[in-house]
Design a protein around this ligand. Structure first.
Ligand code: GDP
Ligand code: ZN
Length: 299
């Protein structure tokens, strides 16, 4: 007898088990899987988003064994998700107030994937329309085209749905309290993620226990919500920073700097403009990374 082998996607991890959702036509089936010991020995960690082949399928008990993992075409390290196609970063216009430094850390992390980065501005019901538009224009200057949203009034929700439906796997990230769970709850009413207070003990408790999980939005379109964290680390390659700021990246595309390893700070002859809003943030990031890397160079 030929053993049945089916393909699917890892949608959640729990302790030693992987939850796998099979590809169509069996898409409704979620299997609780262990992995072949051979896979463990190879040291190949299997993560949410991985495309896998399962065997030893027990349809009654909804159990199976993951036998193989396909190569990944993208990798997001924090949170760990494989095969992401778009990174969606949410910031609230109020409660908490937009913080350009924190926002930049999230955006730099997102840009490191090399994937499409979509910015959301949430809680637009809390700010005058004109002020929300101004914030959107500001982000436009950073190289993004933010979507204005409110889970309260429903503003922008259809556009968000359309956007996410066009992506095989999007990850929703952003500071805690900006309304990510509320957005997912309104897109997926059957989900009922716990909506937290803006701050407080409950919030922290929730985030330490939550793991990444993929939710099906439409056939072939999944979205991952991410456990909250508020201050992502800066990327560690100082020479790569320039491409992680879209507004600097586009400037360098049209007017490349003539020095190869230039950090575009005070290097004599560097022609890169400093006349852009986040130049200060870029510069501070470079300086912070220089500070960090000094001890490890060992003199
Ligand atoms: P998360 O930590 O990013 O998942 O944020 P939550 O979805 O848990 O929301 C944090 C708080 O913001 C909760 O008190 C929500 O009720 C509130 N909230 C979420 N979305 C909106 C919105 O669109 N407008 C307003 N006014 N409050 C919101
Ligand atoms: Zn330069």
């Amino acid at each position: 007898m030929v053993e049945q082998r089916l393909r699917g996607v890892v949608v959640a991890l729990q302790a030693n088990y992987l939850e796998v959702e099979l590809d169509p036509p069996d898409a409704a089936t979620r299997l609780l899987c262990t992995r072949r010991t051979r896979l463990n020995h190879r040291g190949a960690a299997v993560h949410v988003g991985d495309r896998v082949w399962v065997e030893a399928i027990d349809q009654q008990q909804r159990r199976a064994v993951v036998a193989d993992v396909e190569p990944r075409f993208s990798w997001l390290s924090r949170p760990p998700v494989a095969n992401v196609t778009a990174v969606v970063v949410a910031f609230s216009v109020e409660q908490p107030t937009f913080d350009p430094d924190q926002a930049s850390r999230f955006l730099l992390t997102a840009e490191q994937t090399g994937l499409v980065v979509q910015v959301l501005l949430t809680k637009c019901d809390l700010l005058q329309e004109k002020a929300s538009r101004q914030l959107a224009d500001r982000l436009q200057g950073w190289g993004y085209a933010p979507l204005l949203l409110s889970s309260e009034t429903g503003e922008g929700m259809e556009s968000l749905r359309t956007l996410l439906k066009g992506q095989a796997l999007s990850v929703l990230c952003g500071p805690s309290g900006v309304g990510k769970s509320s957005l997912l709850n309104s897109l997926l009413p059957q989900l009922s993620l716990r909506v937290g207070a803006v701050s407080g003990r409950l919030q922290r408790g929730r985030h330490t226990t939550r793991h990444v999980e993929l939710h099906a939005l439409a056939p072939g379109a999944r979205v991952a919500d991410t456990p909250g964290f508020n201050r992502p680390e800066l990327p560690d390659d100082i020479h790569n920073l320039e491409v992680l700021f879209p507004e600097l990246r586009s400037q360098l595309e049209t007017h490349p700097c003539r020095f190869r390893d230039c950090l575009h700070r005070d290097e004599p002859g560097c022609g890169v403009s400093r006349d852009w809003e986040r130049y200060g943030i870029y510069r501070r990031s470079v300086e912070e990374l220089m500070g960090f890397s000094r001890p490890s160079r060992g003199g």
